[in-house]
Design a protein around this ligand. Structure first.
Ligand SMILES: Nc1ncnc2c1ncn2[C@@H]1O[C@H](COP(=O)(O)OP(=O)(O)OP(=O)(O)O)[C@@H](O)[C@H]1O
Length: 510
C-alpha cells in the first residue's frame, strides 16, 4: 500500500486543535494509519491521496485557527527515533529484547534474532526461552521482581550458550512498563563472574601478609601480573581478589587453565574467529574471551603450558592493546588486565626454549610469589580450624575436633597439593570419622586416597585395599548398592559380599 506522511506545524497550541484537523480528514473519508502528536506539530501517516485531493484538504486546514503550514515528509519523528534506536542497538554485541509487562516481545535487535531464531514482535518470550527463572521473574509482581532480578545467568539455546540478564523498564514517571532482556554470547564452559575478595583469603603469617598487601597495590594498576606458586596455594583466589579490589570489579573475570584446554581450542576461545578463519569450520564467527571480557580481567593459569605461537599472540595483545580475531583483519581495541599464573619454573622453560623471554619480561614486572603451606607454618592451625568449621558445617557434623595424633599427622605431612589438598583431606576425614573427634586413621592424604595402597607392603593386601577403595567410590557415586553393582559390572550379591568382607560401613558412603 502506498502511503503518505504529512507534518503539520501550528503557530499556537490550543485545545481541540488535533480534533479539528482530524475532522476534516473524516469529512473526506481519509483514514489514518498512524499519528504522532506533539505540542505544536502533528505527524500523520495516511494512505496515498492524490495531489488535488490533498490541496482541497490543505485549503480547509488553513481555515483551522492555529494552523501554520503543512509539508510532506519522508519519515515521522517517532520512526526517525526508532530507526536511530535500532541503528544503535544493532551496533551492540549483545542481543537486546524489549518486553511488555506481560512478557510479550515489543522490540529486538539483530543479535537477539541471531540467538532466538524466529523471534517476532507480539510473540511471548517464553516460546523462545524456556527458563523457569525468567518465567518466574516475568510472572512475579513488582516486589518479587526486584528480589529475583538476575544477571548473566547461563542458558543453553539451540544457537549456543548465552548469559541472560533481565531488568525492569520504568517510564520517566517511574511507572513500570516492561522488561529489558539482554543475551550475551557465552564461551562454553567459562564463568564470567567473580565472588572472591581479599576477605576470603585466609592467612596471618608475616610472609603471607606481605604478599597480600603487594597484591592489593597491584590491583590498582593496569599492568599484567604474574603469580608464582605451587599448585593449590591460592593463585586463582589471588587473581579473583585482585580483580574484585580493582576498578574493574563490575566487569567480567574469566579464568582459563592453559594446561587443560587443547591448543587449537585455546586459541579460538581466547581470540575468537570470524567467517572461515578456522580450517574445517564453515562460516560463522565466535567472540573470544579477550573480547567478551573487555574492561575486565583474564586469568591465564599455567601460562607455561601455552604454546609458543599463542605466546606470541598474547605478547602482541599485551603490547598493542589490540586484538585480531582469527581469520579477520578487523582490530578490536582491548582493555583487559592480564593475570598469569604458573606453578612451574618459567626461567627453566625459557632455557629449554619453551617460553618466550620477551613475554616473560613483560609478565615478570609485577610478580607475586604465593607461599606454600610449608612456607607459612604459623598459618597452619588457622587454616585447619577454618576448613574444619566450614566443612563440618556443610556435612552437618557440628563441632568436630581433631585428635592430637591426627593433628600431628597433618603437621608432619609435606602438603604438595597445598591448601587444595588440605581441604580434600579434611573433607575425607570428616566424612569418614564416626565420632566427635577425627582420628589419625581418618586422615588419608590425596596420594593414598587415589588407590588406598600406599600403606600396603604385600601384593594381596595392596589389591584388597585397591578393591575396597574402588567399591567405596562406586557406592558414594550411586544412590544404591544395586546401582553401584551395575556400574561395577558385578552382581548385586557379589557386591554385598565384598561390602561385608571389607567391612564397608554405611556411614562411609551413605
Ligand atoms: N589463603 C587461602 N584462604 C582460603 N582458601 C584458600 C586459600 N588459598 C587457597 N585456598 C583454597 O584452596 C583451593 C585452591 O586454590 P586455588 O585454585 O586458588 O589455587 P591455585 O594455586 O590456583 O591452584 P592450581 O595451581 O592448582 O590452579 C581453593 O579451593 C581455595 O578456596
Amino acid at each position: 500500500m502506498e502511503i503518505i506522511r504529512i507534518k503539520i506545524i501550528f503557530h499556537i497550541n490550543r485545545p481541540h486543535l488535533t480534533f479539528d484537523i482530524l475532522s476534516i480528514l473524516k469529512k473526506y473519508d481519509v483514514y489514518i494509519i498512524s499519528m504522532e502528536v506533539y505540542s505544536n506539530i502533528i505527524y500523520l501517516k495516511l494512505p496515498y491521496i492524490s495531489e488535488d485531493a490533498l490541496k482541497i484538504i490543505e485549503k480547509e486546514w488553513k481555515e483551522v485557527y492555529g494552523f501554520d503550514y503543512m509539508e510532506i515528509v519522508d519519515i515521522m519523528a517517532f520512526e526517525e527515533k526508532d530507526i536511530e534506536l535500532k541503528g544503535v542497538l544493532n551496533l551492540l554485541n549483545e542481543g537486546v529484547v524489549m518486553l511488555s509487562t506481560k512478557g510479550v516481545v515489543e522490540y529486538f535487535n539483530n543479535e537477539a534474532l541471531d540467538a532466538l531464531k524466529g523471534l517476532e514482535v507480539g510473540a511471548e518470550i517464553s516460546k523462545f526461552i524456556a527458563d523457569s527463572d525468567l518465567a518466574e521473574y516475568i510472572g512475579g509482581n513488582g516486589s518479587i521482581r526486584s528480589f529475583n532480578s538476575f544477571k548473566d545467568k547461563k542458558i543453553d539455546l539451540e544457537t549456543g550458550t548465552y548469559l541472560l540478564s533481565i531488568n525492569d523498564l520504568y517510564s520517566e514517571e517511574r511507572i513500570f512498563c516492561g522488561f529489558l532482556l539482554t543475551l550475551k554470547e557465552a564461551v562454553l564452559g567459562y564463568s564470567f563472574d567473580n565472588y572472591i575478595t581479599f576477605e576470603d583469603i585466609i592467612g596471618e603469617d608475616e610472609n603471607f601478609i606481605k604478599v597480600t598487601e603487594a597484591a592489593k597495590s597491584f590491583a590498582y594498576m593496569d599492568n599484567p601480573i604474574l603469580l608464582k606458586g605451587e599448585v593449590g596455594t591460592g593463585k586463582e583466589m589471588f587473581a579473583r581478589a585482585i580483580h574484585a579490589e580493582s576498578d574493574r570489579a563490575s566487569k567480567p573475570f574469566v579464568g582459563i587453565n592453559c594446561a587443560t584446554i587443547p591448543e587449537e581450542l585455546l586459541e579460538s576461545d581466547l581470540f575468537g574467529y570470524e567467517s572461515g578463519g578456522i580450517e574445517g569450520v564453515k562460516g560463522g564467527s565466535k567472540r573470544g574471551i579477550f573480547d567478551l571480557t573487555n574492561g575486565g580481567t583474564v586469568f591465564l593459569d599455567e601460562i607455561g603450558e601455552m604454546n609458543i605461537h599463542l605466546q606470541t599472540k598474547l605478547l602482541e595483545v599485551i603490547r598493542d592493546k589490540k586484538l585480531k580475531p582469527i581469520g579477520s583483519d578487523r582490530e578490536i581495541d582491548l582493555n583487559v588486565k592480564i593475570i598469569a599464573a604458573t606453578s612451574k619454573d618459567l626461567e627453566r622453560a625459557i632455557e629449554e626454549k619453551k617460553f618466550r623471554q620477551d613475554l616473560y619480561n613483560r609478565l615478570n614486572v609485577f610478580t607475586l610469589e604465593i607461599p606454600s603451606i610449608r612456607q607459612r607454618p604459623r598459618d597452619f592451625d588457622i587454616i585447619i580450624d577454618h576448613f574444619l568449621k566450614v566443612i563440618s558445617n556443610r556435612y552437618d557434623r557440628g563441632n568436630l575436633k581433631l585428635s592430637q595424633e591426627a593433628k600431628e599427622k597433618l603437621k608432619l605431612y609435606s602438603w604438595p597439593g597445598n591448601i587444595r589438598e588440605l581441604q580434600s583431606v579434611l573433607e575425607r576425614a570428616i566424612v569418614l570419622s564416626k565420632s566427635e573427634e577425627i582420628k589419625e586413621e581418618d586422615i588419608i592424604f590425596d596420594s593414598e586416597a587415589k588407590d588406598g595402597v600406599a600403606k600396603c607392603s604385600d601384593l594381596n593386601s595392596a589389591v584388597s585395599a585397591f578393591e575396597r577403595n574402588f567399591i567405596l567410590k562406586a557406592l558414594r557415586k550411586n544412590p544404591s548398592v544395586r546401582a553401584a553393582a551395575k556400574e561395577l559390572n558385578v552382581t548385586h550379591t557379589l557386591l554385598l559380599n565384598r561390602i561385608k568382607k571389607y567391612e564397608i560401613e554405611d556411614e562411609e558412603w551413605k
